[in-house]
Design a protein around this ligand. Structure first.
Ligand code: NAP
Length: 474
């Protein structure tokens, strides 16, 4: 840092603008992108830099001064400097007294420092009003205008008026500002950009784990079994036949897992006799990732559809078809039309198509652009009522696929039940639980509880007994 940057000099006239002047400390990537966007929105911008004379890349409508000069021209100062370099601010903390310092900084990893960057900034400049904001917006998004995934600005700070000023600036840039409370929330806001698909992690683990286990199961009960008992090599079936067996199973189980926590929550509320008692944390977390569970399940259902559509093009399939036809012709066999089989086959396909269609509808409704356009009742109708109907259709589709196989011992290879039977366990549990919950006598009590009614004997009706989670609205 040069002495020039902190030396007190006579204030210079700042640029004029209806929206007021905004000061940015730091002429790096973020500072320049933010400056450009502020100028486009109609603000006047001044930069505070260690070396104003070398700041050649800044937008030409902006002006660059030493830090002190720049700070005098604006009430709001964005500190677009890395936290490691904040120390210089302490040297002219008296000039920054009363200013709104916006901390935009991020860290490289979680818990990198004992206190949040914003709290550190506040300790260096105690008389300023520090506001944490804009750290979730990238320099690239600011510059390119492609802000869809980066529109949200989380704001926190101890001074209400300062927060409001920063939120007004965010709104003027066409960003959405969300007040997260006092500066204590800064750590949480700083952690946001470091998170890598937090809600997707559990669904991805479940999908990967189930797929791996079921693939192994199918390889043993199909490929290994055929090799051991008949001496035939049908390992080629791994690529399509087994994939097309495993993906729908995992998809159906995951779809059921979307609805299981809702049913468990209903029974917990019945047991507790109140909705004001917290759910266990694992149930809370499970509830939060239901959308991601459903989307992963939908992706697997898509794969099932694709694999099914290419079945007629497979060499294995047409070879067997020709072989069968030729054998029948040679042996002069007459085959009769089996009505039961025709009904079963058509019903199986039809329910699969309907189930998949509704599944796609659920996926579409979970997109923010669609869910924002429907009211809560419509959303819950689709996600709950149609969701359970989807589960019912897909479960029946699987039942029809298996038909009477579960009664035939030769389908139990190595005494293992056919894989499709495994996929029915969780969906059947969910459907039975849901059936119990919608019975009028039970439904009436659940509805009353969800409207705030509490059973008299409830001892800990409010959320005081468990610090870890929050009350959940179903
Ligand atoms: P950068 O390109 O490295 O720029 C940092 C600026 O800080 C430099 O250009 C310099 O400006 C100033 N600086 C460097 N060393 C200094 C020192 N010892 N004392 C005083 N000032 C110093 O970094 P950036 O990408 O713009 O990031 C700036 C801040 O924004 C960081 O806290 C970062 O976490 C945050 N942020 C960045 C992004 C992004 O997409 N880049 C997104 C969100 C948040 P002068 O030479 O003009 O003094």
């Amino acid at each position: 840092m040069t002495s020039n940057s902190i030396a007190m000099t006579a204030p210079r006239p700042g640029p004029q603008s209806k929206l007021g002047t905004v000061c940015i400390f730091g002429t790096g990537d973020f500072g320049r992108s933010l400056g450009l966007r502020l100028l486009q929105a109609g603000h006047a911008v001044v930069f505070g830099s260690r070396s104003p004379e070398n700041a050649s890349l800044i937008p030409k409508e902006a002006q660059v001064f030493g830090h002190v000069d720049a700070a005098q021209m604006s009430r709001v100062i964005f500190v677009a400097v890395h936290r490691e370099n904040y120390e210089f601010l302490g040297q002219f903390s008296s000039e920054l007294a009363g200013k709104v310092l916006v901390d935009v900084s991020n860290n490289l990893k979680l818990d990198q420092y004992p206190e949040s960057n914003a709290a550190h900034l506040q300790s260096l400049v105690p008389a300023a009003h520090v506001v944490k904001a804009f750290n979730t917006v990238s320099a690239w998004a600011l510059q390119s205008g492609g802000l869809d995934a980066n529109r949200q600005v989380y704001v926190c700070g101890d001074d209400y008026e300062s927060k409001q000023m920063v939120m007004d600036i965010a709104h003027s840039l066409n960003l959405t500002a969300l007040d997260k409370g006092s500066l204590l929330a800064a750590r949480e806001i700083e952690d946001l950009p470091l998170q890598l698909f937090p809600l997707w992690r559990i669904p991805m683990y479940i999908a990967t784990g189930l797929t791996a286990v079921l693939f192994l199961y199918c390889v043993v009960s199909d490929v290994v079994y055929t090799r051991v008992t008949k001496g035939n090599d049908n390992s080629f079936r791994i690529m399509i036949s087994l994939a097309n067996r495993v993906f729908p199973i995992v998809s159906l189980i995951m779809l059921a897992l979307c609805y299981l926590p809702g049913a468990l929550a209903g029974f917990l509320q019945l047991h507790n006799g109140t909705k004001y008692k917290r759910f266990p944390e694992w149930l809370d977390r499970w509830m939060l990732c239901r959308k991601q569970l459903g989307l992963v399940a939908l992706a697997l259902a898509f794969l099932h559809v694709l694999y099914t559509l290419i079945i007629p093009t497979r060499y294995y399939v047409w070879f067997n078809t020709y072989k069968y036809t030729v054998t029948q012709a040679r042996e002069n066999n007459t085959i009769t039309f089996d009505y039961t089989r025709a009904w079963r086959g058509d019903s199986y396909l039809s329910l699969g198509i309907l189930g998949f269609g509704l599944f796609v509808l659920l996926g579409i409704t979970s997109l923010p652009s669609v869910s924002n356009a429907v009211n809560w009742r419509e959303f819950s109708f689709v996600q709950s009522k149609l969701g359970h109907l989807t589960l019912l259709l897909c479960t029946t589709h699987t039942f029809l696929y298996g038909w009477s196989k579960f009664l035939m011992p030769h389908y139990y290879h190595f005494y293992l039940p056919p894989a499709y039977m495994l996929s029915l366990v969780v969906p059947c549990i969910v459907l039975v639980l849901k059936f119990i919950l919608i019975m009028p006598c039970v439904d009436r009590v659940v509805m009353r509880i969800r409207q705030g009614w509490e059973r008299k004997s409830v001892e800990t009706p409010h959320w005081k007994d468990n610090k870890s989670s929050r009350p959940l609205v179903l």
